[in-house]
Design a protein around this ligand. Sequence first.
Ligand SMILES: [Fe+2]
Length: 394
Amino acid sequence: MTFSDDDIKGLIRKQANLPRMAILGIVRTQGQCGTDRFNRLYNEATNGTLVPNDPPLAQQLVTGFQRAFDPAFLVNNMRGKGLTSYDTLATVLGITVLELLAQLRLAQDGSYNIYHDGNGNVELRDQVEKSAAIDVRQFNAKHHLYGVTGDNHLGSRYSRLDVLNALFDIWQEQGVTTVFQCGNIIDGEARFNRHDLLVTGIKGQVDYLIDNWPHRLGMTTEFVTGDDHEGWYVQREGIDIGRHIEAEAIRAGRSDLVYLGHMEKYLELKQGQGSALMSIMHAGGGTAYAISYTDQKIVESYQGGEKPNLLLVGHYHKFNHGYPREVNTIQVGCTEDQTPFMRKKKIQAHVGGVTLRFDQDDQGILHNVNVAWHPFYDRSFYAGTNWKYHWSQR
Ligand SMILES: [Fe+2]
C-alpha cells in the first residue's frame, strides 16, 4: 500500500505527540515511505519544527520496536480502555490490524486475559471469566433403585434367613422391585462343607432355596452363580445350576427368580441417547489384607473398553464402596455368619445388604450414586442374650 503525501502528513499530525521515529515506524508499517520523504513530509506537517522534546534516537528506536513487537507494550495500551475496535487500537499502536491480531495472539499465549467480542472489538479484562455453569437439572432424567445382596449360602446352617427376610422387608418398604444377587445363593456341596449343611443333594438344596428365598409381591431377584459353592455342581456334575434353579422355581410356581448368567453378567442401562454398564459379578480368589484391594484389582484387570460404570461384587463377604478408575465398585456383604472355614482363615463376615440408588441423564451418565449399607449382627444379638454391657443411671 502506498500513501499519498497528504495521507502521511495527516498521520503525522494525528500522532504529533509521539516521537518522530515512532511516527516513522507507524508510517513504514502501513505503507512504503523512505526516510527522506518522511523527513520532508514531517517538516511540512509540523511547519519545519521538530518536536522539542524528541527523545534521543536510540530511545526512539526502542519505542518503535516495542510498538511493533512487545505484547506487554500492547496490553499497557489496552489497560483500562474497555472495549476498543481493532482499527482504533492498531492506529494508536501504529501497526496494521493484521499485526495487531498477531500481537493479540502472542499476548493471549502469554496468559493475558484478552476478550474478543466477535465484532472487531477487543478488551483487556481485569476479571477472569468463570467456567460455564453446568445445568444440573438434566442429571436426574431417570431414577434407579435396587436391592443388592450376595453370598446368602442357603442350605448352610450359618445362612441368615432372618437377615435376608429383614432386607426384603426394608427393600419392599423402599419401593424396590428388582434385587440383584451376586452369587452363592446356595451353599453347594464339597468335602469340606459337609458338616455345615442343613440339606444335601442338588434337589435338596434347590428345593430349600425355592421354599425359603423371600417371595414378595412385585419383587424379582436376578442372580448370577459363582464358580465356587453352587459352581461345584457346574464343575463336578456339568449342570448349569443357575438355569436349573430358575427352571425348578418356575415349576414350583415362582417366576421371581431370574438367572442372569454364570460368574458375571453385564447389564446395559439405556437412557435417552446413551447408556451405562452395570456388572454383576461373583469374583474369585482369597480375601485381601485391605478390604478395598480386591475390587481395585478387578477394575485394574479390565481390558480396554470393558470398564463398567457400576460393579456389584459378591464372594468376599464384605461391604465396601470404592471408586477406582471412576468405577463405582460395591462389595455387597453377605447373609451368612462366619463359618468354621472363615474362622480358621481369620476372615470376617460383613452381614447385611445394600440399597442402591442413582440417577441417569439422557447421555446415559450416572449421578447421585447412593450406596446405603444395612448392617446386621450375630443371631444372639437379636435374641437379646449377649448384651454384655449394662448401663444404669443408678
Ligand atoms: Fe460366598
